[in-house]
Design a protein around this ligand. Structure first.
Ligand code: SF4
Ligand code: SF4
Length: 388
């Protein structure tokens, strides 16, 4: 049966396959090997299935920035599912700009064109009810994602200011159309609530297979402005929680510090405990990266709903590196609050933006979407003392 777990795995299988670069044939071979380790392509698609490949297209950024899933990974996945006889499209809804514009800039549109794969414009919102949800019983999702027979998630291995990592579970949040993502931040400013909502979205839109592009990952100031970090690997699993947990172990981060792990396990989406996961293929120890730059402290320690004085001293806040700031206005546009918590001062509307930290809910959307890498996350001294 498509999407079911093969009985031969007593634990959640995660395939870890090395891949030295983005050469088309090597990526295809690595992906084919990973799918084979999980039981073969027929487990994930049948002939004529309408398959949606869901890369991470956070924003329009060129492939060498490693903000988005690499075009070679999209192309390889497209070829593999076309070989299986599926009708394959790809799509995501970026946080800023149009899906078509962002896909073109990221080189994904050109890669898709080479194999005759069309873009699913994920801009049309549709409301769905999800009674089994932990927190988000009403969801607004892209109609194109709902209309596919099956989703194949193509996540990117990156850091994330709010959720620590952006991996397989969080990749499905891209199926919330455009700026509607911000509404969830406003409704759920606490990390554990936001994480539960991400798990709800992932459960509702459960992909048949999750692939993570970690050939070149992003460390540091991710998910939009971090530094490329060569990891030379792909991860594959039908359990997104287990896949993210292996990502954590590869970068020596306790998985339980990622807020999606607990609701992911509690809701039955997947498993993160080491003894419940079987890594197939290459060894974690051979491909691990202990000095990967990621915030390893628990996200929920610094709660965004603290009273202001606690928030000020304990919660990391976004800050602007003014020499890098191009005054493009993206941070103001994507801030989900009204009035905005980052904007030009009222006395000078043409000046570069400034923060109102009393209002800021620390969702880090501004840091995530700044196209010039001018926003970083600053940790107050007290938080550094508590969690060096
Ligand atoms: S998004 Fe970045 S570059 Fe643009 S105005 Fe804000 S801080 Fe400056
Ligand atoms: S200023 Fe930035 S971190 Fe604060 S609420 Fe707005 S987008 Fe979120």
């Amino acid at each position: 049966m498509v999407g079911s777990s093969p009985d031969r795995f007593a634990k959640a299988p995660v395939a870890l396959v090395s891949c030295p670069d983005y050469d088309d044939s090597r990526v295809l071979a690595a992906l084919r090997r990973g799918v084979g380790l999980l039981g073969g392509i027929q487990r994930f698609a049948g002939a004529n299935d309408r398959i949606l490949l869901k890369p991470n297209i956070l924003m329009g950024a060129t492939a060498n920035k490693h903000v988005t899933t690499h075009p070679a990974v999209l192309k390889a996945a497209g070829l593999l599912f076309q070989e299986a006889g599926a009708r394959v499209r790809y799509g995501d809804s970026p946080g800023f700009g149009t899906p078509a514009g962002a896909a073109a800039k990221a080189g994904l549109a050109a890669a898709a064109h080479e194999i005759g794969m069309e873009l699913a414009d994920m801009s049309t919102p549709a409301q769905v009810s999800f009674n089994e949800a932990m927190i988000a019983k009403q969801l607004i999702l892209a109609r194109e994602a709902l209309e596919s027979d099956g989703i194949i998630s193509l996540a990117k291995m990156k850091t994330h200011g709010f959720m620590r990592i952006t991996g397989a579970v969080k990749n499905q949040f891209g199926c919330v159309p455009g700026i509607r993502k911000g509404e969830y931040h406003v409704k759920m400013p606490r990390a554990e609530h936001f994480a539960a909502m991400l798990v709800d979205v992932c459960r509702y839109l459960k992909a048949r297979l999750y692939v993570m592009d970690g050939i070149v990952a992003m460390e540091g100031n991710g998910p939009g402005s971090g530094s490329p970090r060569r990891m030379n690997l792909l991860l594959l699993s039908s359990d997104p929680v287990a896949l993210d947990a292996v990502f954590c172990r590869l970068v020596h981060m306790p998985p339980q510090h990622v807020p999606t792990m607990k609701p992911g396990a509690d809701s039955g989406l997947g498993t993160w405990a080491e003894g419940t996961i079987e890594v197939l293929g290459d060894e974690v120890s051979r491909l691990s990266c202990p000095d990967f730059q990621v915030v390893r402290e628990p996200a929920v320690l610094f709660d965004t709903s603290f009273p202001y004085y606690l928030k000020k001293w304990l919660t990391p806040h976004p800050a602007i590196d003014y020499p890098r700031c191009q005054n493009c206005g993206v941070c103001t546009s994507v801030c989900p609050l009204e009035p905005k918590a980052v904007r030009p001062p009222a006395s000078n509307p043409d000046a570069k933006p400034v923060y109102d930290y009393k209002r800021c809910i620390r969702c880090y959307c501004c840091q995530e979407m700044c196209p010039h890498g001018a926003i970083f996350i600053k940790r107050p001294i007290l938080s550094r003392i508590i969690h060096p």
